[in-house]
Design a protein around this ligand. Structure first.
Ligand code: CO
Ligand code: CO
Ligand code: CO
Length: 356
């Protein structure tokens, strides 16, 4: 049990960095044709976080997520993967009801005790979310992988990512930089504090933020995961037919991530994210490449990105802060100009200039 296994050694890409690029994926999805479409409310074509399907008069939400180890501790890996899988339901303002495990494990190379720890992490987080794990499926695989299929129900109408309104404030509920820290962990250059901070953020459920968002009433929401802030914000703006103006200096990054990025510790997935989104973005001239990568960083179990009308912003902000969630107002939603620049990024403050 206490053999010192470094789980990330078994993973070729750090967490979300193992995700297929949005370009490759849309190429494949183009050829997918459902013929039984009667009860579909939301499917993959809208780039929303979870599917929504009507059974009789009830709408159910369903989502699946799994990935390779992004930390070395198996229990923490299990907790992070489960929190990440639940997040898509929370992003739709939904309430998870039950889950199933998805497991890939190198049982010839690793002790089954490690798998026990991974699954224990998963069930502990499910318990926190108030749901049971009912079963699952496991296969033998050189690379460990873990995640959940989660079924839930919306709170009224599911909150989509494509319904942001001009004039809305954009709120982010967790700091960025998680992909960079995961890469630092794999490279064995992350400090104990960097690991602890990242694990704490990644195991924090978006449950409270989601409940608050439901209570206040918001226009659109998505969670920040593999495609990074810029990728998920781009989906929100494209879907809504709007643009977003954000400020780099309004965004918090977890301790150590800026230094790591400056030293070139940047996940492959983050670079691919940046390459995919850059043509849609108007970066102010003083933003260097490191800052651009920081904004495109592939997150695992990141926060919610909420688009809320200005009249409700104060209430949302106050409630999030009172519940110990981060609440960063990173910018606002504006009219889309002819040039199809869906995102404008400004950098005003000198806050980080001594480091970059
Ligand atoms: Co999502
Ligand atoms: Co997902
Ligand atoms: Co099976």
């Amino acid at each position: 049990m206490k053999e010192n296994i470094k789980l990330t050694r078994f993973s070729s890409g750090a967490g979300w960095a193992c995700k297929l690029s949005p370009e490759d994926l849309s190429q494949v999805l183009r050829n997918l044709n459902n013929t039984n479409t009667d009860n579909i409310q939301i499917d993959f074509s809208s780039f929303d976080d979870a599917a929504a399907f009507n059974i009789d008069k009830t709408t159910i939400l369903q989502t699946v997520d799994f990935f390779t180890p992004i930390v070395d501790d198996p229990y923490d890996f299990g907790r992070i993967a489960a929190a990440n899988s639940l997040s898509d339901i929370y992003a739709m303002g939904g309430e998870p009801k039950f889950a199933l495990n998805i497991v890939a494990f190198p049982s010839d190379d690793l002790s089954m005790d490690i798998l026990t720890e991974i699954l224990r992490g998963g069930v502990d987080v499910a318990n926190k979310a108030g749901i049971p794990i009912l079963g699952g499926h496991s296969i033998k695989d050189k690379e460990p992988k873990y995640g959940l299929v989660v079924t839930g129900i919306p709170n009224g109408i599911p909150i989509k990512n494509s319904t942001a309104n001009i004039g809305d404030s954009l709120i982010l509920t967790k700091p960025l930089g998680l992909g960079i820290i995961s890469t630092a962990i794999k490279k064995e250059i992350a400090t104990e504090k960097m690991i602890n901070d990242a694990v704490k953020i990644m195991t924090t459920l978006n449950k409270t933020a989601s409940e608050i968002m439901n209570e206040v009433g918001v226009n659109a929401c998505t969670d920040i995961t593999g495609y990074g802030l810029l990728g998920h914000l781009l989906e929100m703006c494209k879907g809504s037919g709007t643009s977003a103006h954000i400020e780099f200096n309004k965004i918090d990054f977890i301790d150590g991530s800026i230094e790591c990025a400056s030293n070139g510790v940047i996940p492959g997935g983050t670079k691919r994210n940046y390459d995919f989104v850059k043509k849609f973005i108007d970066f102010s001239e003083n933003l260097n490449q490191t800052k651009k990568y920081l904004l495109a960083d592939a997150q695992t179990s990141g926060g919610l990105l909420i688009s809320v009308s200005n009249s409700k912003y104060n209430k949302l902000n106050d409630m999030l802060l009172a519940s110990n969630c981060s609440s960063m107002k990173i910018g606002e939603i504006k009219k889309l100009e002819e040039n199809n620049k869906y995102i404008t990024v400004k950098w005003i403050s000198e806050k980080y200039s001594y480091k970059l």
